[in-house]
Design a protein around this ligand. Structure first.
Ligand code: NAP
Length: 288
C-alpha cells in the first residue's frame, strides 16, 4: 500500500473493533481500482465520539463507517441525515461533502441486496418474522417493508423496543401488516407460517435463550437468515438447514452495505467480487 500527501482517508469508528472486516474489504477495493485511498479502524471511547466525528472536518477524512455502539449517538453530530437513516434512527456511513457531514444507513440495503443478488430471492408479498429490535433489525425491517413484503412480526426481549419498531415500520410503509410478540406467548404457528425468519440479535444459538425460538417449526418453505457471520455456519442456521430451509448468514449483508458505503464515498461502482474475496480471506485468517 502506497501512502503519500495525497492519500484520501476513510475509516470506521466503534468499540471494540478488534474483529472488524471493513478495512480488508475497502482497502482491497481501493487497491483493485488503483485509488490512492486508505481505510483505517479508529476504536473510540464513548466519551470521545463527538470529537472523533467533528475531527473528520479538521483532518479532511472523506468518510467514516460507524458501528456498535455509536450508530444512534452520532446522529445529532451530523449536518444532514438521509431520510432512511433518520427513519431507522441509525447511521452506519458518514460522508464529508463540501464541508458538511452527511449520515446514511446502508445496512438494510445491504441485507436486501444480498437476498436479491446472491439468492435471487423476491421479498414482495412475503411474511417476515424478525428476532431483535435493535439498529440492525430496524434497518432490515424498514428496507423489507419498503420493498413490499406483506407483513412483519417482531419478537424481541424487550417489548417496549418491539412496540417502537412497530410504530417506525407502520409509519414508513402503511400498507404492511406489523405486529409484535411477547417472548412468553405461544407463537409456534407464527414461526411455522413465516416465509422469511431473520435473527437480528447477537445470539447464534437460541437453546436456553430468553427468546424461545421453536426450531422444530422451521421448514423447507422458508428462508432463514442470521445477520451474524463467521466462516462457520451459525448453529441457528445449521438447525434451519437440517429442516430443509434455505439459509443465509450476515456475510452478504456486510459485503453489500460496504459496497454501498464505498459508492457513497468514491462515486464509483464498487468491485463487489473483489470485496467478497477479501472478506472471505480476512474471516479465514482471523478464524472468526
Ligand atoms: P443492537 O442495536 O445492540 O440490538 C441488539 C438486539 O439484540 C436487541 O434487540 C436486543 O434486545 C437483542 N439482544 C441482545 N442480547 C440478547 C440476549 N442475550 N437475549 C435476547 N436478545 C438479545 O445491535 P444491532 O446493531 O442491531 O446488531 C444485532 C446483531 O446483528 C449483532 O450480532 C451484529 O453483529 C449483527 N449485525 C450484522 C450486520 C452485517 O452486516 N451482517 C450489520 C449490523 C449488525 P433488547 O432490545 O431486549 O436489548
Amino acid at each position: 500500500m502506497h501512502i503519500d500527501g495525497d492519500t484520501r482517508l476513510a475509516g470506521i469508528i466503534g468499540n471494540p473493533l478488534h474483529h472488524t472486516m471493513s478495512p480488508a474489504l475497502h482497502n482491497a477495493a481501493f487497491d483493485y481500482l488503483g485509488l490512492n485511498w486508505c481505510y483505517i479502524p479508529f476504536p473510540v471511547e464513548r466519551s470521545s465520539v463527538k470529537e472523533a466525528v467533528e475531527g473528520m472536518k479538521a483532518l479532511g477524512l472523506v468518510g467514516l463507517n460507524v458501528t456498535m455502539p455509536f450508530k444512534t449517538e452520532v446522529i445529532p453530530l451530523l449536518d444532514e441525515v438521509a431520510v432512511f437513516a433518520e427513519t431507522v434512527g441509525a447511521v452506519n456511513t458518514i460522508l464529508l461533502d463540501k464541508g458538511k457531514l452527511i449520515g446514511y444507513n446502508t445496512d438494510g440495503r445491504g441485507f436486501y441486496t444480498a437476498l436479491a443478488k446472491d439468492l435471487g430471492y423476491e421479498v414482495k408479498g412475503r411474511k417476515v418474522l424478525v428476532m431483535g429490535a435493535g439498529g440492525a433489525a430496524r434497518s432490515v425491517t424498514v428496507s423489507l417493508a419498503l420493498a413490499g413484503c406483506a407483513s412483519i412480526t417482531i419478537l424481541n426481549r424487550s417489548l417496549e423496543k418491539s412496540e417502537r419498531l412497530v410504530g417506525i415500520i407502520s409509519k414508513s410503509a402503511p400498507g404492511v401488516r406489523v405486529a409484535c410478540l411477547r417472548p412468553d406467548e405461544d407463537y409456534d404457528m407464527v414461526v411455522a407460517e413465516s416465509d422469511i425468519i431473520i435473527n437480528a440479535t447477537p445470539i447464534t444459538n437460541f437453546n436456553g435463550s430468553v427468546l424461545r425460538v421453536p426450531v422444530s417449526m422451521l421448514n423447507r418453505n422458508q428462508l432463514v437468515c442470521d445477520l451474524n457471520y463467521t466462516v462457520y455456519q451459525p448453529p441457528f442456521l445449521q438447525e434451519a438447514s437440517a429442516r430443509g430451509a434455505r439459509v443465509i448468514d450476515g456475510k452478504g449483508m456486510l459485503l453489500y452495505q460496504a459496497a454501498a458505503a464505498f459508492e457513497i464515498w468514491t462515486g464509483l461502482e464498487a468491485p463487489v467480487e473483489v470485496m467478497r474475496m477479501a472478506l472471505l480471506r480476512a474471516l479465514e485468517e482471523a478464524r472468526i
